[in-house]
Ligand binder design. Structure first.
Ligand SMILES: Nc1ncnc2c1ncn2[C@@H]1O[C@H](COP(=O)(O)OP(=O)(O)OP(=O)(O)O)[C@@H](O)[C@H]1O
Ligand SMILES: [Mg+2]
Length: 236
C-alpha cells in the first residue's frame, strides 16, 4: 500500500517558490531518505506535508487527500513530524513533553499505556521522567522528540536531521531505533538527512533534492557511493 503520494508539490515563503513541483511516494513499511545540501528545501517539504507552510499540489496520505487539512488534523490522521532542532519543550519535564505529544489522543488510559510502552523502549527517558527536557543530553533529547512524536500514534514518522549535533555513535543508536520502529512496530519513516552515507545504509529508497527539485532517486543500496549523489551535495 502507498502511505504517502505527493504530486506537483510547490511551496515557498513569500513571492518565490523554494519547492518546484516535486513528486514522490512513500510505500507503507519502508524507510525513505530525503537527502540534499543546505538550503535545498528538505525542511520545507516536511513543513508542507505537515501543513505548517502553505503549499500547492496534492498530498494523499493513506488514500485520503489531506491537502486541505490543517496541521492538527494531519497529526490526528497519523502523520507525525519531528522538526529540525527537535522542538522539545526545555522547561517541561520529560513526562510533560510526552503528554504534550498526545494532544490528539482523548483516551487517558491509552495515553498512560503508550507512555509506559515508550518508557520501556527508551529506559533512559524513564529514568529521567521528572527531569527538565532542557537538561537532557543531545541524544536523549532526540529520543524524547521521537517518543513524543510516537505518543500521537503515527503511521508515518517524519524526522528532520536527526543526526544534527550528535556524536557518530549516538547517531548510529538513533538510526538503530528507527530500524527497530520500522521492523517491530510497523512504522513507516521519512528521514531528512545530510549524513547521506549513513542514511542510505538504513533506508530502502532515497530522493536527492537540489534547489527545490529531485535530481536523483532510487533504491538506497544502489545510491550508496553514487557519484551523482555526491555531486549534488558538493553543488558541482
Ligand atoms: N521562514 C523562511 N522565510 C524565508 N525563507 C525561508 C524560510 N525558511 C526557509 N527559507 C528558505 O528556503 C530555502 C529552503 O530552506 P529549507 O530550510 O527547506 O532547506 P533545507 O534543505 O532544510 O536546508 P538545511 O539542510 O540547511 O536544513 C532556503 O533558501 C531558505 O533560505
Ligand atoms: Mg532543514
Amino acid at each position: 500500500m502507498t502511505m504517502l503520494k505527493i504530486q506537483g508539490l510547490s511551496a515557498g515563503y513569500g513571492a518565490a517558490d523554494v519547492l518546484h513541483s516535486v513528486d514522490f511516494t512513500v510505500e507503507q513499511g519502508t524507510i525513505v531518505a530525503l537527502l540534499g545540501a543546505n538550503g535545498a528545501g528538505k525542511t520545507t517539504i516536511l513543513r508542507a506535508l505537515s501543513g505548517l507552510v502553505p503549499a500547492r499540489g496534492t498530498i494523499h496520505f493513506r488514500g485520503k487527500d489531506v491537502s486541505r487539512c490543517n496541521a492538527a488534523q494531519r497529526v490526528a490522521l497519523g502523520l507525525a513530524h519531528i522538526p529540525q532542532g527537535r522542538g522539545t519543550f526545555g522547561d517541561f519535564t520529560v513526562e510533560e513533553n510526552l503528554a504534550a505529544g498526545a494532544f490528539t489522543v482523548t483516551d487517558r488510559r491509552q495515553i498512560a499505556q503508550d507512555m509506559e510502552r515508550w518508557y520501556a523502549a527508551f529506559p533512559r527517558l524513564a529514568e529521567r521522567r521528572r527531569q527538565q527536557a532542557g537538561s537532557l543530553s543531545g541524544g536523549e533529547q532526540q529520543m524524547l522528540a521521537l517518543a513524543r512524536a510516537l505518543m500521537s500514534r503515527p503511521k508515518l514518522l517524519m524526522c528532520d536531521e536527526p543526526s544534527l549535533g550528535l556524536a557518530p555513535a549516538i547517531t548510529q543508536e538513533i538510526f538503530e531505533i528507527f530500524k527497530t520502529l520500522n521492523r517491530e512496530h510497523d512504522m513507516t519513516l521519512l528521514i531528512v538527512e545530510q549524513n547521506a552515507d549513513l542514511t542510505l545504509q538504513f533506508a530502502d529508497t532515497a530522493y536527492v533534492l537540489e534547489s527545490g527539485s529531485f535530481t536523483v532517486s532510487g533504491a538506497a543500496a544502489e545510491l550508496l557511493g553514487n557519484e551523482a549523489v555526491q555531486q549534488s551535495y558538493l553543488g558541482v
